[in-house]
Write a protein that binds this ligand. Structure first.
Ligand code: NAD
Length: 253
C-alpha cells in the first residue's frame, strides 16, 4: 500500500493534499467527533453555530478561547511536516484543509487553502473589520481578556473568523480548492471523515476527472469507497514513512 502510494505521488504531475481534524489529533488538538471532542458538557455542534453565538456570545467566546489556548500550545506533528516537505520537493502543489488551527503553515507549508477559516482570525459581525491576531501580536492578550471582544472600528461584536455549522464556506477559498482539485492528478487525503460538505467534494472532483485518491486514516471514512489506495494508520506515523519512500523513488531517477 505504502509503496503504491509513494509511486503515485512520485509520478504525479499535480498532486494536492486534503486534510481534516485527524491530522492534528497527534498534536493534541481534539477532533469534534468522539469523546475528546467534549468541552464542559457541550458538544461542539451546540456551540459552533450562529444561533449559539446570538443566544450566548460569552459562552461561545469562552469555548473558542479555550480552543485557541489549546492550539497555541500545540505543535505541528510529523504528518504536517511531511506535507510541507513534499511541497518543498515539488511533489505537492497545495494543501487544502478543513482545519482552523494554522498548523500546516507552522509546519512550513506555503500554499494552504483554508476552507473553514482560521481560529486566530477574528471579524466584526457588522462591518468589514478583520484581524489576524497572530500577525497583530495580540493573541496572548486576546485569549486572557474576559470581556467580549469589540470591533475597534465600529464597536460591534467580534466573532471568530471560522465557518460554523450551517454557514456557507468562504467563496474564494472554495473556488480555489475546486480549481486545484480540477487540475490535480493525485489527491492525498489525510485524517478526514469526509462527511462535511461541500469540502468533501474535493477528492470526488479529482476522482471524477481520472485522478488517483490516496487516503490515510485510522478508520474507514466517507472517502474510502473512492480511494485507490487506503493506508490505515496514524497520520503522524504513516506520513513520514510515505515521505521516505517518495524520496527513495525520486533519488533512483
Ligand atoms: P473530521 O470530520 O475531519 O474527522 C476526523 C477524522 O480523522 C476521522 O475520520 C478519524 O478517523 C480521523 N483520525 C483521527 N485521528 C487520526 C490520526 N491520528 N491519523 C489519521 N486519521 C485520524 O473532523 P471533525 O473532528 O469531525 O471536525 C469537523 C470540522 O470541525 C472540521 O472540518 C473543522 O472545520 C473543524 N475542526 C477543526 C479542528 C482543527 O483545526 N484541528 C479540530 C476539530 C474540528
Amino acid at each position: 500500500m505504502l509503496g503504491h502510494a509513494a509511486k503515485l505521488l512520485a509520478r504525479a504531475r499535480f498532486a494536492i493534499a486534503f486534510t481534516g481534524a485527524g491530522i492534528s489529533a497527534e498534536s493534541g488538538i481534539p477532533t469534534f467527533r468522539g469523546r475528546n471532542g467534549l468541552w464542559k458538557t457541550y458538544r461542539a455542534e451546540e456551540l459552533a453555530t450562529p444561533e449559539a453565538f446570538k443566544r450566548d456570545p460569552h459562552l461561545v467566546w469562552e469555548f473558542y478561547k479555550w480552543r485557541m489556548r489549546k492550539i497555541l500550545k500545540a505543535e505541528p506533528n510529523p504528518a504536517h511536516k511531511a506535507l510541507a516537505e513534499l511541497e518543498n520537493m515539488g511533489v505537492l502543489k497545495a494543501v487544502i484543509t478543513q482545519n482552523v488551527d494554522d498548523l500546516h503553515r507552522e509546519a512550513g507549508s506555503r500554499k494552504v487553502v483554508e476552507l473553514h477559516g482560521n481560529i486566530f482570525r477574528v471579524r466584526c459581525v457588522s462591518c468589514s473589520y478583520r484581524e489576524n491576531l497572530k500577525e497583530s501580536g495580540r493573541v496572548f492578550e486576546f485569549v486572557r481578556e474576559k470581556e467580549l471582544p469589540k470591533c475597534p472600528k465600529c464597536g460591534s461584536l467580534l466573532r471568530p473568523d471560522v465557518v460554523w455549522f450551517g454557514e456557507p464556506l468562504p467563496r474564494e477559498a472554495l473556488e480555489e480548492a475546486f480549481s486545484l482539485a480540477e487540475r490535480a492528478d493525485v489527491v492525498l487525503v489525510v485524517g478526514t471523515s469526509g462527511v462535511v460538505y461541500p469540502a468533501a467534494y474535493v477528492p470526488y472532483i479529482v476522482k471524477e476527472r481520472g485522478g488517483k485518491v490516496i487516503e490515510v486514516n485510522v478508520e474507514r471514512s466517507g472517502i474510502t469507497p473512492i480511494a485507490d489506495v487506503f493506508i490505515r494508520g496514524k497520520a503522524g506515523e504513516v506520513m513520514p514513512e510515505l515521505l521516505r519512500r517518495v524520496k527513495d523513488i525520486m533519488a533512483e531517477r
